[in-house]
Design a protein around this ligand. Structure first.
Ligand code: NAD
Ligand code: HSE
Ligand code: NA
Length: 453
């Protein structure tokens, strides 16, 4: 046998009967999974020790037009029937139902399952993990977080001997593209979202991306793995990018930052400024210093920065979306699950032993940059500074620079940019309300968190 011109000696395990693979869904990702299973059949057989036989592809409409790479004789509208005759079930249909029911049926029938469905895992992963544990089968989901980038396996397996302290990720390609375009061209948010849609990055309905739901689902999955604690979508404090303005982006550049939508999961020991012990998981736009590796993640790329006690800082970078990149992650999982079928062994189970408290959004501790328009007269700065001090929020720097957008100094209005030291979100919220109520304060233009400093 040859593979890509090299001769391959069949291993003893290749006498193993073929493993039957069922594919649920044949969209962007499913089409590429089917193509790779076919095109790379010989390599996969050598790596697994058994041939992977695609026995069917469940679709909604078997008569609909398909990519030429799809063998139409494999298409079926009977997903349940297909699941019943597979050793490995790959779910790339998305949505909660029937994906959940089909995966449970597969697990109960003793099949290993591979899914890219972050929405389902973030909402109800534990039901699937428990079922897989009870049935003694593998459940793999590398493609569910940051597409092609190996991040689930590193956190779940490679770092299993370490203590993860913090995960900081750009895990949504659409919003990273939008923010990057705003930074490089000066365009407004709506125009950049429209461009992302035209280029096919954003969905026709980009809500899950721009409102941060997609990133929040990934944050929940990563936090669960990193901290051995169940974290669901509802536990994630979420803010999307819709309120980020061109002026925010311009100001960020002036102060040596870029704005990124970050997914943050961090362990708090409760000893620092106003903090409580537990896990804080949140998604929001943040100012990232241009010197931080995440600041250089451009376009629709993703990256995840992990800080672990012994390993130190790690960064994972690559394509977080797209048919072929995501299918690469799916295939890696299929090979892992299939190897266990051939050689024995089992992938990791859900690990929730730590049972850490999930902290409310108000307990998050971070630095802030607050921009405000004030009356340009003596004593105003002192009044503002006093309001911050009264709420225990310490000022790191105050600037009154030339505004990129052009503050109306002639009309007696000055723009102030205040950067704080780390403070709990609750203290900052109270402070902002107090500052907004001061007589000389005209408007609080923006409040942005500063991360990665
Ligand atoms: N596209 C990406 O870049 C990407 C990246 C990472 C993860 N994912 C995840 O992968 C999954 C699939 O994403 P996609 O981009 O391929 O979506 P898609 O919409 O292109 O494909 C999903 C396909 O599943 C089919 N489908 C839905 N319900 C079905 C049912 N009941 N029976 C049969 N077929 C059904 C749809 O008709 C569609 O063709 C989602 O969970 C998504 O979150 C996608
Ligand atoms: N909509 C997602 C696709 C991958 O989950 C993104 O923009 O990153
Ligand atoms: Na991944």
């Amino acid at each position: 046998m040859t593979t890509r011109g090299r001769s391959v000696v069949p291993s003893a395990a290749e006498s193993h009967p073929p493993l039957r693979v069922a594919l649920l869904g044949c969209g962007v990702v499913g089409t590429q999974v089917a193509r790779l299973l076919t095109e790379q059949a010989d390599d996969l057989a050598s790596r697994v020790g058994a041939r992977l036989e695609l026995v069917g592809i469940a679709v909604r409409d078997a008569a609909a037009p398909r990519d030429a790479a799809i063998d139409r004789s494999l298409l079926t509208e009977d997903a349940e029937g297909l699941v019943a005759r597979a050793d490995v079930v790959v779910e790339v249909m998305g949505g909660t139902e029937p994906a959940r029911a089909l995966l449970l049926r597969a697990i109960e029938a003793g099949a290993a399952v591979v899914t890219a469905n972050k929405a389902l895992l973030a909402e109800d992963g534990p039901t699937l993990y428990k079922a897989a544990d009870a049935a003694g089968v593998d459940i793999y989901f590398e493609a569910a977080v940051a597409g092609a980038i190996p991040i689930v396996r590193p956190v779940r397996e490679s770092l299993a001997g370490d203590h993860v302290r913090r995960v900081l990720g750009i895990v949504n390609g659409t919003t990273n593209y939008v923010l990057d375009q705003m930074a490089t061209t000066g365009m407004g948010l709506e125009e950049a979202v429209k461009e992302a849609q035209d280029l096919g990055y954003a969905e026709a309905d980009p809500t899950a991306d721009v409102e941060g739901y997609d990133a929040a689902a990934k944050a929940a999955i990563l936090a669960s793995l990193a901290f051995h604690t169940r974290v669901s979508l509802d536990d994630v404090a979420r803010e999307g990018i819709m309120s980020v303005t061109a002026a925010d982006v311009a100001w960020a550049a002036q102060t040596g930052h870029v704005i990124k939508l970050l997914a943050i999961a961090e362990l708090r020991d409760g000893t620092s400024a106003g903090g409580s012990a537990g896990v804080s998981v949140r998604v929001h736009p943040a100012l990232v210093p241009t010197s931080h590796p995440l600041a250089n993640v451009r376009g629709s790329f993703n990256a995840v920065f992990v800080e672990a006690e012994s390993a130190g800082e790690l960064m994972f970078y690559g394509r977080g979306a797209g048919g072929a990149p995501t299918a690469s992650a799916v295939l890696g999982d299929v090979v892992s699950a299939a190897r266990h079928r051939v050689l024995g062994g089992k992938g990791p189970q859900e690990s929730t032993y730590a049972e850490l408290a999930i902290l409310p959004a108000s307990a998050a501790v971070t630095r802030y940059q607050v921009r405000l328009d004030v009356d340009d007269r003596p004593g105003v700065l002192a009044q503002v500074a006093h309001a911050l001090a009264e709420h225990g929020v310490s000022i790191e720097a105050v600037r009154q620079p030339t505004a990129p957008g052009g503050a109306d100094a002639e009309g007696g209005v000055a723009e102030l940019l205040i950067t704080t030291h780390a403070a709990p979100e609750s203290a900052l919220a109270a402070t902002v309300a107090a500052v907004a109520g001061l007589d000389p304060v005209r408007t609080i233009t923006s409040v942005l968190r500063v991360e990665g400093a």
